[in-house]
Design a protein around this ligand. Sequence first.
Ligand code: GLA
Length: 632
Amino acid sequence: MAIYYGGDYNPEQWPEDVWREDVELMRRAGVNLATVGVFSWARIQRGEGEFDYAWLDRVLDLLHEGGIAVDLATGTASPPPWATARYPGILPRTREGATLWPGSRQHYAPSSPDYRRLASELVHATVRRYQDHPAVVMWHINNELGCHVTYDYSDGAAVAFRSWLRDRYRTIDALNDAWGTMFWSQRYTEFDEIVPPRLTPTSVNPAGLLDFRRFSSDMLLELLRMEKQIIRSYGATQPITTNMMGAFPPVDYWSFAPELDVISDDSYPDPRDPGSFRPAAFARDLMRSLKPGTPWILMEQAANQVNWRPNNARKAPGQMAALSMQAVGRGADGIMFFQWRQSSRGSEKFHSAMLPHAGPETRTFREVSELGAALKSLGTLPPAGRSKVAIVLSWDCQWALDQANHPARFDYLSQVRGWHAAFHALNIPADLINAEISGADAPGGDGYDLIVAPSLYLMRDATPLVRFVEEGGCLFTTAFTDVVDECDRFLPGGFTRRLGPVLGLAVTDFEGVQGTEAAVSWGFPGEHLREVLTLDGAQVEATFSDGEPALTRHAYGAGEAWHLATLAGEAGRTALAAHLAARLGLEPVVAGLPPGVEACRRGDMITIINHNPSPVEAGGEVLGPYEYRVRN
Ligand code: GLA
């Protein structure tokens, strides 16, 4: 498939005479796809049951005549003022009980029956009208589901939460057992007593908070499914997508992925941060990994500066293309922007666009057009294959760990990102995986040589990882792995009850550490946490300064399992990743590249990108600042 190129197109912000110029300039820039209607609800609907699509008919026809395909948005992200005035129950509430009023965007409670009904009516009307329009090649559900309003604590949410809990636990006794409510006199006698985790004197029940986060993610999943079902009920056959936000903490994207035909990501690395290409690579790899074998599109990025950081740097010449080619090299089948034409009014008028307010005679438009031509010249791209390294990413762990009252507080996602970064810095490709999938999609079945599971604190099912090692894989775990069950409860008999035999040890205690308290004899500091281990077959590879085991290795089945009894910072992750790569013979895409130079493999295509603001010598040639090369 040829690569998609374009951006969000918001023609409702402009008089019609501008639309023709838009299409003409889109063609000049090499645009072949426009995402239309993301925030058009108020323009389409003036009141309940009053739809006006005549203007959108003209927009889609014009784009089609210009040879530009349309990713048609369902437009459900921002209910118009008439809707919230008539049905105030649509509005979400914060944990403190404050209402989030209309006047910006995305002010809807995901579980609100009125929101769902009105959003459904809009999707029905739009799909009915455009399912056969020749311009429409994709459906775009909502916009960044969960953005701005991630958690809703309203009375409506309380009703929906209780119903979600009834489905999950059936009886209040089962819920009391799961949440451990004998502690602090929290025992419930009926579901109706339960409220969302609103403001409390001190920490709320951790299993209750974990379930509220699961519920909140599930409410957004329900919205995705609701819209998808409506689209399919008309027999519309175009692929369906929704734009995600990297490893967005509140939404379990493993649960979204099976619903989608195209995976999409919005990505805004800070151009001022010289290291921001690394987390960007993580997001690209996550998108490729969410549903292997499925196309993914970089749905939004900035052509130049954004307007929502306290201070917004422009992208340096070439930087936008470098980050775009990073996505292509890591499997993207589309490069898109927010937005096509810079707004002249409203909250985002200082956000860059493909076509700046100052017009086409600008550096931004020139670079946009150059990239359009470069992407076109790539033709059809090979599919992105699997990597040899996989890093486990679990939203359950993120939700269970981002809580109070642990031996130490640390950021789970930055651990996962950090491990990805360590391999990325070596130019060794890595996928992200959901370690608890069994059956045909189990991690062992994918031919990985190495699985890194940072702080896999909450585990439902260890079988896939156990089998992976049995069958010859190498598993690397770090402190706070295999601590609790699905309901954040310890298992009887101590810790590491499920992975202990594989790791050849048992964890018997934890402590928070600071400074050099957990220095590891391999020459790097341990961070945040230290575990006390009892060895049962594992060999000690490194110790803490008091001689206790810090890093262990255990042969198990046809494979081996390593455990680090602390958390590694950047230095530790770099040393460990290099050691594991050498031990397992993991090859970089291109060897010997200088710092800040990235190499991506996609089938036979190798992309080398200089993310430095200065020229470098890489692979026998000089690459200018932010310059890239594609080799076949
Ligand atoms: C998000 C939204 C867009 C726009 C951009 C600005 O990604 O989806 O509508 O607001 O941010 O960076």
